[in-house]
Each structure stands twice: as C-alpha cells, then as structure tokens.
Design a protein around this ligand. Structure first.
Ligand code: VTB
Length: 338
C-alpha cells in the first residue's frame, strides 16, 4: 500500500469537510432532536466533499445504502481526481450531546490509503481497548485486573493512580467493577469515545486506558488517530442485540477474534475533527480547548484538530463568511485562517 502524503492545501480542503458538517449542525444545537443534528451534518458534509480533489470511497459512513441515502458505505466522494483514499466519517459524534447543547460533540473524519480501513459490515458495536505505546503487548482478551497491574508496572506508577475511561452504559459494568476492584479510577463518560481514546493513545494524555463497548464506526475513525499517535488499540466485534448477533454470524464474522490496530487501520492516515460544541480538556495533548462553532456578525468560526502520521497535532481556527460574502471557492475551503 502506497504511503499517503497529503499536501497542506489538500489538508485544508479536507478540514473544510468536517467544518461544513459542524456548521450545518449548528442551527440545531440545543434543539433537542439528535436525528435532525445528524441529518443536517450529513448533508453539509456531503456537499462539501463534492469540491475536494480526492478519489474517496466511504468505508465507514451512515450505514448501508438502503437506510442511508447519503454518505453510505461504498459511496464515492470527492471530485475523483486526486489520491485514492478510504474515508471514514462520523458527521457528528455525540448527536445527543449536540441536541442537548452539552460539550463534546464533534464532526470527525479519517482519510487513509485505499483498502486500509476496516469495514465493520453489519456490526454496530466494538469492544475497544486503547492505550499508549508504552503498554505494547497488553491485550484486550487478558483479564482486566491483570492488565491494570501490568499497565501500572509499565508506567512505573501505582495501580490506584490509573485513570480508565469507560462509556457509561450497563454493557460496560464488568469493566467498571474490575477497575474499581484494584482501586483505579473510572473516568465515566456518557457519549463520544473518540476524544478519550486520543488521550489514552497519547503518551501524555489524561487517560491511561480506554475500555468498553461503543460504536464500531467511531472505532475505525479512532484507529487512524491511535496509529498516528503511536498508541495501542485492539477491538472485538460486540453485537448488542439478537438481530445484530444474527447478522454478524450470518456474515461469517467472529465475535471472539481480537482485531489488532493493523486490522482496523492497515496504513498511516490523517484524522480530522471540528468541534460542534465545546471540546474541553485537551491540555495534556498540548492543545488548547476547542470552542464549539461560534456565530460572528459576518459568518461563523470553527475550530478544528488535525492529527497527521507521525503524531503531529494541529489546532486551527477558521472563519467562514456567510454565503452572501463567501469566498468563491465555497465552504470546501475556509475563507480565512488564524
Ligand atoms: C454513541 C456515540 C458514542 O457510542 O453513544 C455510541 O455517541 C453508541 O452507544 O460516541 P449507544 O448506542 O449506547 O448510545 C459511541 O460511539 C462511543 O463509541
């Protein structure tokens, strides 16, 4: 697989895509309807893609064509001229957070060489395990208590000092119990495991380990960032309903096999996000907080994050003028940059 090196100009145009999703979702922030947030972001993202010079295929999108007319799996995105890439999108991760105007809703995308990203197929949920490169060799399928002791030893810290992020769902209770049984701290979050995963993968992040069952699409998006940051990630298909289990087995997919980082993201790629609502607590990653989309007199300001292969993290603010005064290049390219 050829390594993917995107020019700065192209990176800017791709960042315009998550920017467009965030801008489109903004009028619905706080309106209480998570599906409306998602619908607006999907439409905004799809429109912005049409100008970006990539030859992209959606590997992780809104679902199969039947139920998702836009940004469905297999859809071609971009102008078709440019690098051949796989694209994973979550137009808004944390639609519920956006609908309730709580912090942590983001528009996210990963772009990686064609053929390199994992296709979750009919599986909606993955059991995820994310930690930093210092913990190489630790495994999702080992007993959690052993993992915690081993992780503490690797980090030369006490096990009680460990901070383990777990999404607050009944399905993750066994992990919560294991973490508390050794006196380590559970960092519980309601929605959105992408940001906690960045912390877990980063050597200086505020989270030592992310555990638990969450969305499969977010898992693939996350894998690209984890790879860039030099972290460790494993996952296991974890269907949550009899119907999902049935589809998974009918497709011949294992719910036991541990997927390695190289299975989830087989080559280096780029990870993009734009804050829809405020994203706080990024200081340990060396970046200031990301304010959510801000309305200005003549348009809006978005703040985004780009993680590149090799682990470079760039935070960027863009001013998007209102359509009437906009740059002729359109929303695919932010009007000005700070
Ligand atoms: C969503 C999403 C999260 O889990 O909550 C999803 O907002 C699915 O979990 O970011 P539920 O169906 O229990 O809500 C995440 O994707 C975390 O992976």
């Amino acid at each position: 697989m050829l390594p993917l090196t995107l020019t700065d100009d192209l990176l800017q145009q791709i960042l315009g895509v998550t920017g467009a999703a965030a801008l489109a979702a903004t009028p619905l922030v706080g309106a209480g309807d998570r599906n409306a947030v998602d619908g607006a972001a999907v439409a905004g993202m799809r429109q912005a893609f049409s100008r970006v010079p990539i030859d992209g295929v959606i590997v992780v999108g809104e679902g199969e064509k039947d139920e998702a007319p836009l940004l469905h799996t297999g859809e071609r995105v971009g102008t078709g001229a440019g690098p051949r890439v796989d694209v994973a999108v979550d137009p808004v991760d944390g639609t519920r957070l956006a609908a309730e105007n709580r912090p942590g809703a983001i528009a996210v995308m990963s772009v990686a060489p064609r053929g390199s990203l994992f296709d979750p197929g009919p599986v909606f949920y993955l059991d995820k395990f994310v930690t930093s490169g210092a913990a190489a060799g630790l495994r999702l399928d080992a007993p959690t208590v052993d993992t915690l002791h081993e992780l503490a030893a690797r980090l030369d810290r006490s096990v009680t000092s460990l901070r383990v992020a777990i999404q607050d769902r009944p399905r993750n209770q066994a992990y919560v119990d294991a973490v508390r049984s050794v006196g380590a701290s559970v960092v519980s979050f309601r929605d959105g495991d992408v940001i906690p995963a960045l912390h877990a993968a980063h050597p200086r992040g505020s989270i030592d380990l992310l555990l638990g069952i969450g969305g499969a699409p977010e898992g693939v998006l996350t894998a690209v960032a984890v790879r860039a940051l030099g972290g460790i990630m494993q996952a296991r298909r974890s269907p949550q309903t009899p119907a999902e289990r049935g589809r998974t087995h009918a497709a011949g997919l294992s719910t036991v096999e541990v997927l390695e980082l190289a299975d989830l993201a087989a080559a280096d790629g780029y990870f993009f996000l734009t804050a829809v609502t405020d994203v706080e607590g990024l200081r340990e990653l060396g970046v200031d907080d990301l304010p959510g989309v801000r309305r200005l007199a003549t348009g809006s300001e978005t703040v985004s994050l780009l993680v590149s292969p090799g682990g470079g993290i760039r935070r960027q603010a863009d001013v998007h003028k209102r359509a009437a005064d906009a740059d002729p290049a359109g929303p695919g390219r932010p009007a000005t940059r700070e």
